[in-house]
Design a protein around this ligand. Structure first.
Ligand code: UD1
Length: 323
């Protein structure tokens, strides 16, 4: 049994990690400033974890949060490419200043290892597919720059201070608990939410934009493997966490519409600023060095995700009709 600290624990990926670690009998501590996270995501495990509402930039708070911790799973961030394009300063503060503050606290508390939620957006305009970790990053959006900068910080803290760190470049992670009601939500969440409300989603671009959509369970398994992989193969390194397969936005739309029985054709709008056209992971490094295998497939994951949103909607409607 180990002591974990999850930053961004009330968010989609953080809360899924927390559920898995609690099930496995680990001690889970978590922080979140609740700017985008939601405590409902932790409702069923709230009594089994230690939670503090805290910002990553709170130096004294992060110092106490890191005391006695074995592994830090650093998920806390102001996610979203378009949010960073609109407001680069606040996402810089959360994503870069917050991470640096956490790294200092983790170093001083001598945590065993930090696993960082990096982003495939770092590849940006690199034309070659699939993306390999050795390629030169060409970040487009402020968000991509911020996520890449923190990879360098993680590597620097390993080389400068011996703090073990592993960077997981997430490709588009989706699944239950992903927030759906904001313009900054992930595309699968937004499409599902809109179709359930009888609204027609808009596809930005021609619909042939593609992403390596990865079900959240796969990202959880990558985090756990990254904690325990031998230091010589894992620390100070970057790993792609995708599936090795991609799907177009047209495919995604059709699959969700099929499951929900939604018959309207999509609206098409201009491409979104800061977007990359295609994204596909080469996962051979993570497979070889971490033993990572994306067991959950896209369609199976999508089916579970859409079913979860439907269930949540029914619960909310039932609660509203009682109240
Ligand atoms: C996503 C993540 C980002 C992560 C990156 C890794 C989210 C919100 N963002 O960025 O944190 O670092 O993957 O690869 O999960 N789109 C539409 N219609 C919509 C919404 C989106 O067509 O209503 C399009 C976008 O223009 C984009 C694609 O769907 O082409 C994916 O967008 P999004 O889900 O926001 O993810 P990324 O920007 O790829």
């Amino acid at each position: 049994m180990a002591q974990y600290l999850i930053t961004g624990i009330a968010g989609f990926i953080g809360s899924t990690l927390a559920h898995t670690l609690v099930e496995q009998g680990h001690e889970v501590r978590g922080i979140d400033n609740l700017s985008t996270g939601n405590l409902d995501n932790l409702a069923d495990i709230r009594s089994k974890i230690s939670f503090q509402e805290m910002d990553l930039q709170d130096a004294a708070g992060m110092k106490s949060a890191c005391e006695g911790v074995d592994y830090v799973l650093h998920q806390g961030a102001l996610a979203s490419v378009p949010r960073s394009v609109k407001d680069p300063l606040s996402s810089h503060e959360s994503n870069i200043n917050g991470t640096l503050n956490l790294l200092i606290a983790a170093r001083d508390a001598k945590v065993r290892r930090i696993v960082y939620a990096a982003s495939s957006s770092a590849y940006g305009d690199q034309p070659t597919q699939p993306k390999q970790e050795d390629m030169l990053p060409l970040p487009l959006s402020p968000y991509a720059v911020q996520k890449l900068t923190c990879e360098y910080y993680i590597q620097s803290f390993y080389r400068s201070y011996g703090l073990e760190g592993v960077c997981l470049r997430y490709f588009n992670i989706f699944g239950p608990r992903q927030a759906a009601d904001s313009p900054y939500s992930g595309v699968i969440a937004q499409f599902t939410f809109k179709m359930m409300a009888g609204e027609t989603p808009t596809i930005y671009g021609d619909g042939l934009t593609s992403r390596d959509f990865n079900y959240v369970e796969n990202a959880v398994s990558a985090n756990l493997l990254a904690c325990t992989a031998p230091s010589k193969v894992a620390t100070g390194r970057v790993f792609n966490i995708g599936t090795g397969k991609s799907h177009t936005l047209n495919d995604v739309y059709a699959a969700i519409a099929g499951q929900l029985g939604f018959s309207a054709k999509p609206n098409y709008g201009p491409e979104r600023e800061g977007d990359i056209k295609h994204s596909l992971a080469d996962i051979s490094r993570a497979s070889k060095e971490l033993g990572y295998q994306p067991k959950a497939q896209f369609h199976e994951g999508l089916q579970k995700t859409v079913a979860w949103y439907l269930e949540e909607k029914q619960k909310q409607e039932a609660a509203a009709s009682k109240g």
